[in-house]
Structure formats: C-alpha cells, structure tokens
Design a protein around this ligand. Structure first.
Ligand SMILES: [Zn+2]
Ligand SMILES: [Zn+2]
Length: 148
C-alpha cells in the first residue's frame, strides 16, 4: 500500500482528468468503453478509489457493496446498449493476469469478437486467470448479515 504515487491511467479517468467519455459516473464508480474491445459490447467499471486488484478486496460489507454496485451498473448499461445480446458476462482478472493495477470489472455483451478473444477471459482454476464476478462476490461475502 505504501507505494510511491504513480500516475494511474484509471485514476485519471475516474477523476475525468482524461478525455475518455464516461458511460456512467457516481461517487463510487465510473464506467467507460474498453479501448480494445473483445466483444459486441465491452465496458469497464472501476471504483473511483484506487484499489489495486481483487487481492485487495476483503470479506467486509464495504467491499461486497462496492462490487455488487459495479455489477449492477454494468448490467444496467448492457441492458440499455445491447438488449438484443442473449448473454452477458462479468468478471475480473486476477494478478498476475491483470493489465492495469486498478480494479476493473470487465462487462461483456457476447459474442466475443473475434471469437478467440474469449481465451483472455477464461478461468485457469487454481492458477487464477479470470474470475467471474459472481464467484468473487461469494469470496468476499461478509459472514455476518448485511444490515438493511
Ligand atoms: Zn488508480
Ligand atoms: Zn482486465
């Protein structure tokens, strides 16, 4: 955590100090298009706060609520922009397979284009790779019930 502050491209996007157009923004998250899309629609949802990777998330309400919110925003955007797609996928790269060290949820409206790109978003079991958002949620679900 006590790393020297380096310019993080996603922090710049979250603070809008970058020309990337945002699809959504609120006080917790922002959404934008992946610059190198792998599917019919391919969006990224990132927390405004700089959280490096999924390994920095813990079993606590704060993190669970944040990830749930990221998924909700992604779902809403895909429903709006790709209602005809019959399959959506949501997930995260786990280190060392992540490209940018700022947590980001990949949101896809399938099909993958071109098809081989799906290889970038496959779970590698115990080796890590890509983790489905629902699986991550299970891992960080607080043990005590979330207050209403
Ligand atoms: Zn950042
Ligand atoms: Zn990624």
């Amino acid at each position: 955590m006590a790393k020297a502050i380096s310019p993080c491209i996603f922090c710049q996007i979250a603070r809008s100090s970058n020309s990337t157009p945002l699809l959504h923004s609120d006080d917790k998250v922002v959404a934008f298009k992946d610059i190198n899309p792998s599917a019919f629609r391919h969006y990224l949802i990132i927390p405004v706060e700089h959280i490096p990777t999924v390994n920095d998330l813990q079993r606590r309400n704060e993190d669970y609520t944040l990830v749930s919110h990221m998924i909700n925003v992604g779902e809403t955007l895909l429903r709006r922009d790709a209602p005809q797609s019959n399959q959506y996928r949501f997930g995260f790269h786990q280190p060392p397979f992540n490209s940018v060290d700022h947590l980001h949820l990949h949101c896809f409206a399938l099909p993958f284009i071109p098809r081989w790109k799906q290889l970038k978003y496959m779970s590698l079991g115990p080796l890590g790779g890509f983790i489905e958002a629902e699986k991550l949620l299970e891992k960080i679900k607080p043990l005590s019930p979330i207050p209403p």
